[in-house]
Design a protein around this ligand. Structure first.
Ligand SMILES: [Zn+2]
Length: 315
């Protein structure tokens, strides 16, 4: 099966690079350019920069955990058909290297987090420093940069530059849109700081289902007490000993709430809650936006929703 995809990809890459030598530009935007964002939050960020010139398509639909994603044949065809793919990078898409290894060094892939330095893997306290649970394709560094809006400024710059590279005539529009969006990210950052200031410093303690809130915690002064899944991926599982350790940490730190991302299995969290008195909050949106009718249909809405949810649970 894999060999077939490989061949298909080779053919399509050959065809698209052949096309790239005769670029077609129009004055009213460039419909020949197909931009595909892997995660829904990246799709929204990219669309904000692309503006009216390009309609950005999504690979992973809203509601699907990117850690669990494996491309189906239709997805691989979609990737092959795109001019430009926007990925998070940092280990969030372990399937990607296999799928588009051929493209290394070409303009086809924008790694949004390119240039950002992952926070140190070795954290103090809690379960997060344990080695177990790191199996399979779990990332060894933390890919969740986007949960700090300041780091998303780097995403915006990388995406802007990638769009300009494939559509130079749109440079002015992409630059202008990127500038506007960066201002919105800076406003979001100030707003989150304001909201978080309602939580007494000693209560800024996070227990989450997997290790996704590191950059958010670093930026806004939270301490991560522990995680149910001791991994940067949501796919690992804790041992009974690790759970017992986490329960002890929640008790000794008087942690008020356990936060789960939507789609996470709540059974362990509820069990921990029943033994510690902490409440379980089950609806943080972190890796995927909601459809347009939901409370997190854009990246900025998602961050605002999560911030309010965390503040209300801890203040
Ligand atoms: Zn994650």
């Amino acid at each position: 099966m894999k060999i077939n995809y490989f061949l298909l990809l080779l053919v399509v890459i050959f065809l698209t690079s052949a096309c790239a030598t005769t670029p077609i530009h129009t004055d009213t935007g460039n419909t020949k350019i197909k931009v595909l964002a892997v995660e829904s939050f990246l799709g929204d960020i990219t669309q904000n920069i692309a503006g009216s010139r390009i309609v950005v398509d999504l690979l992973i639909p809203p509601g699907v955990d990117p850690h669990e994603f494996e491309p189906a044949p239709a997805d691989i065809a979609k990737i092959s058909d795109s001019t430009l793919i926007v990925v998070n990078g940092g280990g969030l898409e372990p399937w990607l290297d296999k799928t588009i290894a051929l493209d290394a060094g070409q303009q086809k892939v924008i790694i949004a987090s390119n240039g950002l330095v992952p926070r140190n893997e070795q954290k103090t306290g809690g379960l997060v420093a344990t080695k177990s649970g790191q199996k399979g394709s779990n990332p060894t560094t933390d890919p969740h940069f986007w949960l700090d809006p300041n780091l998303v400024i780097t995403y915006v710059e990388n995406i802007r530059d990638g769009l300009i590279a494939v559509d130079p005539t749109g440079k002015e529009e992409y630059s202008h849109n990127a500038e506007n969006y960066i201002i919105q990210l800076q406003e979001l950052d100030r707003w989150i700081n304001d909201q978080v200031s309602d939580i007494p410093t000693g209560r800024r303690l996070l227990v989450t289902n997997h290790e996704s809130f590191g950059y958010f915690a670093d930026r806004y002064g939270f301490k991560i007490i522990g995680t149910i899944v001791p991994s940067f991926s949501s796919l690992a599982a804790p041992s009974a000993y690790q759970l017992a350790q986490l329960i002890e940490l929640i008790r000794s730190n008087n942690v008020k709430a356990i936060f789960l991302e939507t789609g996470a299995n709540p059974i362990l969290a509820r069990q921990i809650a029943s033994e510690t008195g902490a409440k379980v909050i089950e609806d943080l949106y972190t890796h995927s936006l909601t459809p347009s009718t939901g409370p997190a249909s854009t990246y900025i809405e998602m961050m605002r929703f999560d911030t309010l949810t965390i503040v209300n649970a801890l203040k």
